[in-house]
Ligand binder design. Structure first.
Ligand SMILES: NC(=O)c1ccc[n+]([C@@H]2O[C@H](COP(=O)([O-])OP(=O)(O)OC[C@H]3O[C@@H](n4cnc5c(N)ncnc54)[C@H](OP(=O)(O)O)[C@@H]3O)[C@@H](O)[C@H]2O)c1
Length: 333
């Protein structure tokens, strides 16, 4: 038997139920993993609230074991799985079930973790790291001579994007919500840090770029910032709306993109950028390599157990936490 946290219906923290269930069997194409650590993410709040109830990209089905990011050791493999065997150290994301002592994960979403990297760091970096990697490299195509604005730069994805964009040689503007968080970013080596200030960040970006705006704006905030993000983007530039922590803009007319300078607007999703096992492993290798080399950093904010993880979700939901909350199963094994 194993302990886990499930939801049978969507709603607030009250819908999370602690259960003891049989250890699952891996079906064809799946791997059974003994979970050591699980990442706690804003996406878990969205999952609990029912944001993915009709999603084709992320088809959550009830009852659902929460948690979509973890790391641990392989315990067994289903029919047709090649490349993984018992004892392998692995990590994954966007497959639900990591708030549990054991999880079955599609083999195509698993990455091997190098011996030099603690499993906790692998679990802390898989989801945000792979997201930052595809956004910076594939969507934004950042490099020397390119410029970008990254909103919510102290958030899990934002913080990694800033580090990767700087490493790629791009000029980076970063926004955050308070002077205290701005100071954290400056301490982390970000030169151009701005506060949102009801959209005045866009004026500051234009001023700093001789009126031109940046090549790419990464906006995970949505309703509160997206229109001002258009103002911060250069003519024919790219706006990447990859999240909506403040809600979605429901009344956007495409003509606005024309008026703002023939902008391109995209709403990408990680699932479409982790399309097969080799892509998963190569993105994970880039992230894990950065952590091992030391130029990439993930700050673990707080560690929880299955009994206390609801506090981590609450802190994320109410914006009380900087750094990554983690759920550790190790003391329970
Ligand atoms: N499309 C994809 O592939 C993809 C993948 C992963 C995540 N996401 C999405 O990206 C977003 C960020 O995810 P995350 O895991 O990085 O979240 P997170 O760690 O909780 O960070 C969110 C940050 O957003 C900022 N923020 C600004 N306005 C906010 C508001 N009204 N409520 C809450 N936070 C607000 C805060 O940073 P500041 O104080 O610095 O502003 C906060 O720390 C989420 O919407 C998530 O679903 C998308």
């Amino acid at each position: 038997m194993m302990k886990c946290i499930q939801i049978d219906r969507y709603g607030g923290p009250e819908v999370m139920v602690h259960r003891e269930l049989p250890v699952p069997e891996p079906a064809a194409g799946e791997v059974l993993v003994r979970v050591c650590h699980s990442g706690v993410n804003f996406m878990d709040v969205h999952t609990r609230q029912g944001k993915y109830r009709d999603s084709r990209t992320y088809p959550v089905r009830l009852p659902c074991t929460l948690g979509m990011e973890g790391a641990g050791t392989v315990q067994g493999v289903g029919e047709g799985v090649a490349g993984f065997q018992s004892g392998d150290r692995v990590a994954w994301c966007i497959s639900w079930g990591s708030y549990a002592e054991y999880a079955v994960v599609p083999a195509r979403l698993l990455a091997k973790v190098p011996d030099a990297l603690p499993l906790e760091m692998a679990a802390a970096s898989m989801f945000h790291g792979c997201t930052a990697h595809y956004l910076v490299n594939d969507v934004g195509q950042l490099g020397p001579g390119r410029s970008c604005l990254i909103h919510a730069a102290t958030g899990g994805v934002g913080r990694l994007m800033v580090q990767m964009a700087q490493r790629a040689g791009a000029r980076v503007f970063a926004t955050t919500s308070s002077p205290e968080r701005a100071a954290l970013l400056r301490e982390g080596g970000v030169r151009d840090v701005l506060l949102y200030e009801n959209g005045r960040f866009a004026d500051a970006v234009r001023e700093a770029t001789q009126g031109a705006g940046v090549d790419v704006v990464f906006d995970a905030i949505g309703r509160d910032t997206l229109r001002d993000s258009f103002r911060a983007t250069r003519r024919r530039g790219l706006v990447v709306n990859f999240g909506s922590v403040s809600g979605s803009l429901k009344d956007l007319d495409p003509i606005e993109l024309g008026e703002a300078g023939s902008l391109y607007l995209t709403r990408p999703r990680l699932a479409d950028h982790l399309q097969d096992g080799s892509v998963v492993q190569s993105r994970a290798d880039a992230v894990f390599g950065g952590l091992c080399e030391g130029w990439l950093q993930v700050d673990i904010a707080q560690r929880y157990t299955l009994d206390t993880v609801h506090l981590g979700l609450e802190a994320l939901e109410h914006r009380k936490m900087v750094g990554k909350p983690m759920l550790s199963m190790t003391p329970l094994l």
